[in-house]
Design a protein. Structure first.
Length: 76
């Protein structure tokens, strides 16, 4: 796997929290950030997939608007 180095600016308090957490997991700052970014990308991909499936199911059920979804949730 090739890598690319880049600069990242973070507030000092966030860097301190990051370093503390990375150290507690016996990890480097870079490894911790790498894992965090990968986890976030996976979460977003899963949510997008869920939303796509939900939208298809909704359209197939005759739901045509977000308001209809809210009405169903609210029992209207």
């Amino acid at each position: 796997m090739s890598t690319k180095t880049f600069n990242l600016s973070l507030p000092l308090a966030l860097v301190e929290a990051l370093d503390k957490r990375a150290k507690s997991e016996f990890s480097s700052r870079s490894d911790y950030i790498r894992k965090a970014v990968l986890n976030q990308l996976r979460i977003e991909e899963s949510l997008e997939s869920l939303l796509d499936r939900t939208n298809k199911k909704g359209l197939a059920s005759g739901i045509k608007s977000e308001q209809q979804v809210y009405d169903i949730i609210d029992g209207k």
